[in-house]
Design a protein around this ligand. Structure first.
Ligand code: MGD
Ligand code: MGD
Ligand code: SF4
Ligand code: MO
Length: 668
């Protein structure tokens, strides 16, 4: 590896997908800076990005493949890669012989690294024929389905364009914490006079900066959006021509707002006072263009899907959907336009089994427990920390049933600690990749800048080497193209269509700078396919918000993202986080009084799933029946989170109910 400056891309599950310049000396990453050629991140990174030199060389990184025996004992032994592959491949072959297929082998993978070459895990499993795989998306599926319902496809406006908006309305998004780069564009708009509105049950860091903050009862955004639309229509401020000619469902929607929905009901259920409702509807009705952001926070409850549809509909009613610098923000799935050759790698057919066995990732552990003929016996976990899932009890049970658990990670996570084998994953500086954003529309390369840390390997390299071992022990077990180099996979993604849509003329172009998509889907005036929120069956409004009626000793648990972590990542990096033994549990002044709890006192948060002990922090801005705490940590809060509605494929992290008490009470 030569000294110099390399181009990397932050592969985290984050809006930024930032361009990085990696400064390498004597084979070491000595500094990272933002890539000024990246038109979204524009030469800067967040604190987590600047801490990458510590992330790469942290002594906490896993250095070698390791075997734990017995599982969970903490007794780890260093093994060679060859030994690791032999154990894993032998088990896969053994399971295949036992059950006549590979359905007993499966994986769980989510969002540790979103680079296209990280689909190697999926490709590796595809290449053994039918196996058990996760489907779905625990982060954004509810919203994605709602967007598809509104627009007929995924849609999200261009984030740089927010800088030209006159009014920016954030529904359940907290960019000061989760999307720091977007604040540049928001601040630019505000410096030109734009107003910022934040709608959130929590008085967040972003809410603090807003011109208007609306504290809404969680799960009731649908009613607020409908209430605003009602007032806008009453004042004749709506975009009638667009609604009549280019949308579906206008007569029913209008009839519902005029005759069924009362502002009293909206105020009662959302907890928003009528003055605030009127102020926001005045802003929506009189200012153009308005950028509306239907945030991911809105869709983490069982009313989320309808709320997203209602927010989209409000943007349509006010005629902002197709206005330049207006629009609708959620996230996009343009990665699906790429061949995703590893993800779509076709494996050998099985004479009896038509395809892989799919398990909903939002209910993976409890669904996997139900599998029979054959049961799931081997689980490969990559880019995933199961403490981020809900229903951790089911995971404990599933782990007991598994014969082999392999976790590929960079750090000894709670998931790795419960595995038989851990394999050390490379950082993005130690591997090649190609990255597409899900918020902005930039494509960027990730070059191999430094040699791997100790014996770390990329997920793609692991797929190649495991394939060779499988085929050595059982010829033709896998058809994974093990000889194909990372650069070949990257070039395969850059088809002539993709190159044209990003304005690339050759592969070499992408080595020089990131490229922005030039064929953006714009909602134009001749675009005729918007579907308004269906109000069918909504004649009598059910109570969306139970918080007030069901007594104040019951609390909704809200567990949003933290500034210096990505979910459970970066916890052990002391440039960013200090390891805390106990979680900080925020509660309202009313809840503290009711339960006789003082600030900084130890408290217990519990429900039928378990209990967590934490340190109380009284937050005078918190609604009385919300408990606010952050994800992951030593004693992960997700122990208390469980899916309420088993039929549903979405994950409602913010629907859980908890109780609180002074900690000592449970020990008297
Ligand atoms: N620093 C940092 N950045 C991140 C991440 C991280 O872990 N750390 N994670 C990344 C990922 S994967 C994601 S998905 C995004 C998430 O990005 P955001 O959507 O911005 O973040 P969340 O914290 O999920 O939720 C946003 C807000 O929704 C509010 N909220 C909760 N329920 C409701 C409701 O019913 N109505 C309304 N109006 N608001 C509600 C919460 O109080 C919260 O303030 O962030 C990404 N960026
Ligand atoms: N309570 C609560 N729970 C939540 C949420 C919430 O708001 N509240 N949010 C949900 C959301 S939005 C999301 S997106 C999910 C996130 O769920 P996950 O994606 O499971 O979360 P992470 O903690 O980011 O775990 C990713 C793991 O991948 C590892 N990793 C990083 N790079 C690589 C790599 O190149 N190869 C391999 N093999 N591993 C790698 C990291 O070290 C880390 O351990 O969490 C969800 N869970
Ligand atoms: S975590 Fe997000 S904002 Fe920070 S460097 Fe990575 S992509 Fe950029
Ligand atoms: Mo997410």
């Amino acid at each position: 590896m030569k000294d110099g400056i390399y181009r990397n891309t932050c592969p985290r599950n984050c809006y930024g997908t930032c361009g990085i310049l990696s400064h390498v000396k004597n084979g070491k990453l000595i500094k990272v800076t933002g890539d000024p050629e990246h038109g979204y991140s524009k030469g800067s990174l967040c604190a987590k990005g600047y801490a990458f030199t510590q992330y790469v060389y942290s002594p906490n990184r896993i250095k070698y493949p390791m075997l734990q025996s017995p599982r969970g004992s903490g007794k780890w032994k260093r093994i060679s890669w060859d030994e690791a592959y032999t154990i894993i491949a032998s088990k896969m072959i053994d399971l295949n012989q036992r059950y006549g297929s590979n359905l007993a082998s499966g994986y769980n993978k989510f969002s540790g690294n979103l680079g296209l070459l990280h689909y190697a895990t999926e490709g590796m499993f595809n290449s053994i024929g039918p196996h058990t795989k996760p489907i779905g998306n625990p982060c954004a599926l509810t919203g994605k389905l709602a967007m598809n319902r509104s627009f007929g496809e995924s849609f999200s406006s261009v984030p740089e364009d927010m800088a030209g908006s006159k009014l920016i309305v954030l529904w359940g998004a907290n960019p000061t914490v989760t999307n720091v780069h977007q604040m540049k564009f928001i601040n630019e708009a505000r410096s030109k006079g734009a107003k910022l509105v934040v709608i959130d049950p929590i008085f967040t860091q972003t809410a603090k900066k807003a011109d208007l903050y609306i504290q809404i009862h969680p799960g009731t955004d649908r009613l607020l959006a409908l209430g605003i639309a009602k007032l806008v229509i009453e004042k004749q401020q709506h975009s009638l021509e667009f609604l009549e000619e280019q949308t579906t469902g206008w007569p029913e929607y209008k009839e519902y707002l005029e005759n069924q929905l009362t502002i009293d009901e909206v105020c009662k259920q959302t907890g928003v006072v009528v003055e605030a409702l009127k102020e926001l509807s005045e802003l929506y009705g009189t200012i153009k263009p308005v950028a509306t952001w239907a945030g991911l926070g809105v869709q983490r409850n069982s009313h989320g899907s309808e709320s997203i549809s209602a927010i989209n509909s409000l943007a349509a009613v006010t005629g902002n959907l197709f206005l330049p610098n207006g629009g609708l923000y959620f996230m996009h799935f343009d990665v699906d336009d790429f061949p995703c050759a590893l993800l779509n790698h076709k494996g050998p057919e099985h004479p009896m089994i038509p395809g892989p066995r799919e398990v909903d990732i939002s209910d993976f552990a409890s669904s996997a427990l139900q599998l029979s003929e054959p049961p799931l016996r081997l689980l490969w976990i990559a880019s995933r920390n199961i403490t981020q899932d809900h229903n951790l009890k089911a995971w404990v049970e599933l782990f007991q049933k598994l014969e082999l658990i392999v976790t590929v990670d960079l750090y000894m996570t709670k998931t790795a600690e419960r595995s038989d084998i851990v394999l050390p994953a490379a950082t993005h500086f130690e591997e090649e990749d190609l990255n597409v954003g899900y918020w902005h529309y930039w494509l960027s390369i990730n070059q191999k800048a430094i040699p791997p840390y100790y014996e770390a390997k990329s997920d793609l390299q692991i797929a190649r080497e495991l394939t060779r071992k499988l085929n050595e022990l059982s010829p033709e077990f896998s058809n994974f193209p093990a000889d194909k180099e990372p650069i070949d996979w990257i070039k395969e993604e850059l088809t002539s269509e993709i190159m044209a849509s990003y304005g690339l003329t050759s592969y070499e172009d992408i080595l020089k700078r990131p490229y922005k998509k030039n064929t953006l889907k714009a909602i134009s005036e001749d675009w005729k396919n918007f579907r308004l929120l269906s109000t069918e069956g909504k004649k009598s409004e059910v109570s969306l918000y139970q918080g007030d009626s069901s007594g104040v000793d019951e609390y909704k648990l809200i567990t949003p993202q933290s500034l210096l972590k990505i979910h459970s990542q970066y916890e052990t990096l002391n440039w960013l986080n200090s390891t805390q033994d106990e979680s900080c549990i925020e509660l309202s002044t009313e809840a503290a009084q009711l339960n006789d709890i003082n600030d900084q006192e130890k408290i217990e948060v519990y429900n039928d799933q378990g209990q967590i002990v934490g340190v109380a922090k009284i937050n005078p801005h918190l609604p009385k029946n919300i408990i606010l705490t952050h994800q992951a940590g030593n004693n992960p809060i997700n122990q208390l989170i469980i899916q309420q509605n088993e039929e549903d494929v979405s994950t409602y992290f913010y629907d859980s109910i908890v109780y609180i008490k002074k900690w000592r009470e449970s020990h008297v």
